[in-house]
Ligand binder design. Structure first.
Ligand code: ZN
Length: 121
């Protein structure tokens, strides 16, 4: 089952290829500011419309990924790897989707700030 979501103004639209079962809430210096929770899919499997024409990218720290937000409403929609290699994933901000979907997905807390591991099963 696919799921459609969008940033607040609708300029960036995302379609998930399947129903996510688990999402990640991360406390790293970036994620703790921009929220999430994040769900992950194989790169290229999430349909993203309005990107890059309506988006701005932010590249942080080790420059392995770019975090994308809508240039009109500011909502963070997803992140994507900068270097495409086999097995790469991208992350989607589940906050852009239906509240019922958000509520149905189990959220795991990830300590991206210190230990780089999940804080709970
Ligand atoms: Zn927008």
């Amino acid at each position: 089952m696919t799921h459609q979501g969008a940033c607040h103004c609708g300029a960036v639209r995302l379609t998930l290829p399947s129903t996510p079962e688990v999402a990640t809430r991360c406390n790293c210096s970036l994620c703790r500011r921009i929220g999430g929770p994040w769900v992950y899919f194989a790169f290229g499997t999430v349909k993203i419309e309005g990107h890059p024409e309506s988006t701005v990218a932010y590249v942080q720290g080790d420059k392995t990924l770019r975090t994308i937000h809508c240039k009109h409403c500011g909502c963070v929609t997803h992140w994507e790897p900068i270097t495409l290699e086999p097995g790469e994933r991208h992350g989607v901000n589940l906050g852009n989707f239906d509240p019922a979907l958000i509520a149905s997905v189990r959220v795991r807390k990830f300590d991206g700030a210190v230990t780089w591991s999940f804080l709970e099963e």
